[in-house]
Design a protein around this ligand. Structure first.
Ligand code: SF4
Length: 418
């Protein structure tokens, strides 16, 4: 197996306890049986009260919660299983977080960090390469339990995974190229995706080889003046586009685990109402997630107008995109079965979503300047749902994402952004 990951990703656990909080932790029957036999202080072995059956998959259990935290977490946010029986006694899901690890059909193991972990989002700690041995060992375990990942370019084109890695690497090369301004890199990527969706250009995809990246960069470089003028001449998004953008933004923010009451019809109805209100421009981030500030009175689509940006505010975001593109963790079986094309659109839309979301955070704090902390907070929310929330696999949502990546809509959305 070849191990693939983007090198500029960092992590050292700061024991904040977030991952042991509201999120559901899946445990197999085997893991449950083993944990129940362990001698854990404060937890009598043999009692079956620390797990609940999962509604979604047979044979899968969820670790119980007490006061919103994992029952095995002590008062110092340390895992009692780990403390008394070592790392390997923990369920696989706990040992893997904050990594996403997938074994692919082309003999590649891919790994990327999850930016919803505060340690990862702070960009401090050990480089991901320091975990190469652990990643390989978890990947080995996963290869016995989970099917191998694969992806297709779109419903018609099915190049090899090797070709798709070449194409993803080409996107990475110019998206991370700091010679171009951020909006331009995203706009150029959306245009390139569009270019390759034309049947007459499909051979570029099916025959993608060593020259693909060089040709793509050349095409982007040549197109910059034309792309700049498309953005500068773009009008304001119309009512429908604004509503769609806000709806997609709300999809990135929603954290279903956080609403423990989510199965109560009244609570669900009020959630739908908050999302609709937000989509119409009258709602607030705080009504969608209790971890976000009240932003009522600020239209999400107007939030970036007149704001300034710290020079390095987006640094973390380029590493984030690099981590997704190097691992292909934006498409295929690991990622809601989105095609490469749909996954790229899903990935590209994170830039305006992140920028407007960060601007909303800064504005709610009465600041005129958006800094790296706003961006990493917004990113930690976005990556929690990115290619994980089933919302993004719904047909009408995929269509909406695609429509926002069209030339006209994308240019209009990017216009107020750096
Ligand atoms: S969320 Fe990240 S930093 Fe916090 S306890 Fe979990 S792994 Fe450690």
């Amino acid at each position: 197996m070849t191990l693939k990951f983007f090198p500029n990703q960092y992590f050292t656990c700061i024991s904040c306890g977030k991952c042991c909080g509201a999120w559901e932790i899946p445990v197999t029957q085997d893991e449950k049986d083993k944990i129940e036999k362990l001698n854990i202080p404060g937890h009598a072995p043999g009692k079956n009260k620390y797990f609940t059956g999962s509604r979604n998959a047979q044979g899968i259990y969820l670790i119980g919660k007490k006061g919103g935290q994992c029952v095995f977490l002590d008062s110092n946010n340390l895992c009692l299983i780990h403390k008394h029986h070592g790392e390997n006694a923990k369920p696989l899901a706990c040992r893997t977080y904050p990594l996403d690890i997938f074994n692919w059909q082309d003999d590649v193991t891919s790994a990327s960090f999850r930016y919803d972990c505060p340690a990862v989002a702070s960009q401090n700690g050990r480089k991901i390469s320091a975990l190469a041995k652990d990643i390989s060992s978890i990947a080995k375990e996963l290869s016995r339990k989970r099917k191998f990942a694969t992806a297709e370019y779109n419903r018609k084109l099915k190049p090899s995974l090797k070709n798709m890695r070449i194409i993803a690497a080409a996107y990475k090369n110019f998206i991370l190229d700091t010679r171009f301004r951020p909006s331009m890199r995203i706009f150029a990527a959306a245009k390139l995706l569009d270019f390759h969706s034309e049947p007459e250009n499909s051979s570029d995809i099916t025959e993608a080889g060593d020259c693909f990246s060089r040709d793509a960069i050349e095409l982007v470089k040549r197109s910059i003046p034309a792309l700049e003028s498309i953005i500068s001449e773009a009008g304001k998004p119309n009512f429908h586009q604004r509503m769609v953008f806000r709806y997609i933004l709300s999809g990135f923010i929603r954290s279903d685990e956080e609403s423990a009451f989510k199965f109560l019809p009244v609570a669900r109805l009020s959630r739908v109402k908050s999302i609709l209100k937000f989509s119409l421009g009258a709602g607030s981030l705080g009504q969608i997630s209790r971890h976000l500030p009240d932003t009522s009175c600020i239209d999400p689509m107007e939030s970036a107008e007149g704001m300034e940006w710290d020079e390095n505010a987006f640094d973390i975001y380029w590493n984030y995109l690099g981590s997704k593109l190097d691992s292909l963790h934006f498409c295929g079986y690991p990622c809601l079965n989105l095609s490469f094309e749909e996954g790229m659109q899903h990935l590209l839309i994170t830039y305006p979503v992140l920028a407007h979301f960060s601007a909303l955070l800064a504005k709610s704090d009465k600041r005129k300047k958006i800094n790296g902390k706003d961006v990493s907070k917004a990113l930690s929310f976005i990556d929690h749902t990115f290619s994980r929330s089933p919302f993004f696999a719904i047909r009408h949502v995929r269509k909406m994402t695609k429509s926002l990546c069209s030339e006209n809509a994308m240019a209009q959305i990017l216009k107020p952004l750096p």
